[in-house]
Design a protein around this ligand. Structure first.
Ligand code: TRP
Ligand code: SF4
Length: 328
């Protein structure tokens, strides 16, 4: 029996290269080794943005298109939408009853985000309960492994604690999942900071060749390099960080040539532009195909929802029986 994976992303709209190398690439690889469940966690999006829900549906759809374009395969993985599987909400409610407040208040992302998103009214019940909802997402599929970034590890640890507490009261129903870090390829944005839509330093998976050219043109290089045969410092160069990921057979030679002042930044960017476009080409093609057939995306989601629902419903039967509530 293959081990089971669950992971999720909040529907923030179209994805960029940073999302791909930070998570999606890993998910695509895991599909062959694990039984995979990938959720668009739209209820989680509400925890920090509940006022305006106008974009949620479109963003959910866009994200599924990016996932599939980038290599998630609905034949291999269950791709579904959290809010379509109502059982998550029931388990969230039940888990919220056994989760001490103090556990939630000490989650590092909670305090951080409260500080960062200061000005927005997010001192809500739902926001505090974010990790409980995440625990429900994971435990309802009895996931063995949860691939996440470093920042999410405390949520996985909390999920394990909640499962332990549940099992202690009601019997062994919910297995404790393992968190699993990807190989953490951090792709900087075009300005060298972390790639993020909010910084505007990103390159979309759906970017056109003209957009790619513009973004690559704006990238910062080694600031100490003035003339093209000055020796360069690829380790501080943003363009080089992109070459490392997108030019796997050539970046080592480039490193040598740059340090020796044998290649100019203009040429180097021109090359990178080509590699980015080569990388995006099949992704763009798949996206075009999906955009032409809206019914296809609907079918993928509907099929995924129904597979997810089946597993979730089975777990909830066990949970209700163990707690002696809600079953008839
Ligand atoms: N909290 C995760 C994030 O912000 C998203 C998420 C929600 C998730 N539910 C999940 C990730 C379950 C893994 C498993 O990235
Ligand atoms: Fe960066 Fe390339 Fe210029 Fe070297 S040649 S500094 S790697 S852009």
């Amino acid at each position: 029996m293959r081990k089971r994976i669950l992971s999720g992303m909040r529907p923030t709209g179209r994805l960029h290269l940073g999302n791909y190398f930070g998570a999606l690439e890993n998910w695509v690889r895991l599909q062959d080794e694990f039984e995979c469940y990938f959720a668009v966690v739209d209820w989680h999006a509400l925890t920090t943005g509940y006022e305006d829900t106008g974009e949620l549906k479109a963003n959910t759809r866009e994200m599924v298109i990016d996932w599939v374009s980038a290599g998630l395969d609905p034949e291999k993985s269950v791709i579904f939408v959290q809010s379509h599987v109502k059982e998550h909400a029931e388990l969230h409610l039940l888990l919220s009853m056994v989760t001490p407040l103090s556990w939630l208040e000490r989650v590092p992302t909670y305090k951080e985000q409260l500080r960062e998103l200061e000005g927005r009214e997010i001192s809500t019940y739902g926001f505090l309960g974010y990790p409980v909802l995440q625990a429900a997402d994971i435990l309802i599929y009895k996931a063995d492994v949860v691939p996440v970034g470093e920042d999410q590890m405390p949520h996985i640890e909390l999920t394990r604690e909640i499962a332990r507490r549940f099992n202690h009261f009601y019997g062994d129903v919910l297995p404790e999942p393992q968190g699993r870090l990807g190989k953490a390829a951090v792709l900087p944005g075009i300005d060298g900071r972390k790639m993020s839509k909010s910084y505007g330093n990103h390159i979309m998976l759906a970017a056109s060749p003209a957009e790619v050219e513009e973004k690559v043109g704006l990238m910062v290089t080694d600031p100490a390099r003035i003339r093209k045969n000055d020796p360069g410092h690829p380790d501080v160069c943003n363009v080089f960080a992109f070459h490392r990921l997108l030019n796997p057979s050539g970046w080592q030679q480039l490193e040598v040539d740059c340090q020796a002042g044998m290649i100019g930044c203009v040429q180097c960017k021109r090359d990178l532009n080509r590699y980015v476009n080569e990388f995006l080409k099949p992704i763009r093609a798949k996206r075009e195909e999906l955009e032409k057939r809206p019914d296809l995306v609907e079918d993928i989601i509907r099929e995924g929802d129904s597979q997810a629902r089946e597993v979730a419903a089975r777990t909830m039967e066990e949970v209700r029986a163990a707690m002696q509530i809600g079953d008839r």
